[in-house]
Design a protein around this ligand. Sequence first.
Ligand SMILES: *Cc1c(COP(=O)(O)O)cnc(C)c1O
Length: 523
Amino acid sequence: MLNNQGRPTTPGAASVSSAPPTLSGDRGLNHEEPLLFEVGRAEVTGVDLPDVTLKADRLGGLARKRPIGLVGLSEPETMRHYVRLSQRNASIDAMFYPLGSCTMKHNARLNEKMARLPGFSDAHPLAPQSTVQGALAVLSQTATWLKTLTGMPAVALSPKAGAHGELCGILAIRAAIRARGENRTRILVPESAHGTNPATAALCGFTVEDVRANAEGRVDVEALKAKLGPDVAGVMLTNPNTCGLFERDIIEIADAVHAAGGYFYCDGANFNAIVGRVRPGDLGIDAMHINLHKTFSTPHGGGGPGAGPVVFSERLAKFAPLPLLVQDAKGFRLIEDEEEAKALGYSPFGRMCAFHGQMGMFVRALTYMYSHGRDGLRQVADDAVLNANYILASLKDVMSAPFEGPCMHEALFDDAFLKDSGVTTLDIAKALIDEGYHPMTVYFPLVVHGAMLIEPTETESKETLDRFIAVMRGLARDAKAGDIERFQSAPRLAPRRRLDETAAARKPVLRWRAPDNAAEAAE
Ligand SMILES: *Cc1c(COP(=O)(O)O)cnc(C)c1O
């Protein structure tokens, strides 16, 4: 189908209402957005550059022989394309976004303002260190806060995401084991851990072994102890775990792992649930990443950016990666050289990235920490937990909660309440899109059937939560009443109707041409 600008419409395009078609193919503020490759013309450009006549081939014959087919667009066309796409995104700035485990909290504009100060945003990673002392002071202050809040003696700031932090922690554990002249090959990962944990251990060459969860949704401590032995390098535990529960046997687990000669890695992505309340260093943890983008509110989603600093215990501190940040009479200094680090008694396992990490994320996180203060951070955790429990308590009579008792920062439901209704967890998620909400996390964690994981975060008001609760109660009621058609056809009000998610993943349509262009597209 072509609209009157000759633009092909995309398969699965929504009919947002039953109103008659328009001449343009667009519907009011709802513009159909073609791919740039479909609208671009080679002869168009946003910037006019003078013609260049190539006098000599200075690339040794590597100069381009034919155009590479970049699309040509004017500046306003480019602008509109991206602005329209951005308006079709669900975002924390536009709606309540209770995506469990992802911590989509409001990002205070103060943090953004600080991150845009030119001294931070324009600092070049190769600038002489004497010229960026302020930026290094931010790194130092961020490190101090993270060490203080966790009660751990060392931190590596450079990992760029939670999963990257896990890699950093496990590489440090591997280096420590090698330094002891040992060869430990197994890492234990409880079922209630985040999926990135086993992936990290496997990437580092370890054999991953599951430890089952008990009926309470927590690690089965006896099962874990039974698997410990002289070939176990460590345990990776997520706390609070992906069921939104605090692993209350964590000290017993730490002691058992240490007694077996292993290290205790904790996935602290969700530190927002316990910050200011519990210091991981007091729980026997050897390494833990903290997702700054979750706990300390820096914008994330859609693939980045993030920051996953890793705090280390005394036993692992010397293996932390380069660069090392030190302060001496001349000011702050980043040590980039392995020999120099060794002379100071460190044995860095290597480095995690080319430079120093995500500067903008450090500025935002530090601003967030400064503006809350130590007592305020404790209240962040308290409010996050209170909000999640408010949702759990307000919905558990109409939905089904798999575990008894209160939760931490996220409320977990399963699909038992949908039994025999014909409506699935996925249908509920899609119906929420029509209601103007980003869906909760679905089908994760895997330990419960048809999981729905709702994380409201501390930044939402009681009014927002009440409205959401009313909607969820209505959806649960309608699902049980057998209004299947409405659920199975959701979303009806989004820019796209429901996609075949398996086909979308297996055979992504990255280019669409109208049928009369098919021959050209196939070339
Ligand atoms: C989000 C999350 C991760 C991964 O963090 P990324 O920054 O997305 O790599 C790991 N573990 C847990 C428990 C998480 O919630």
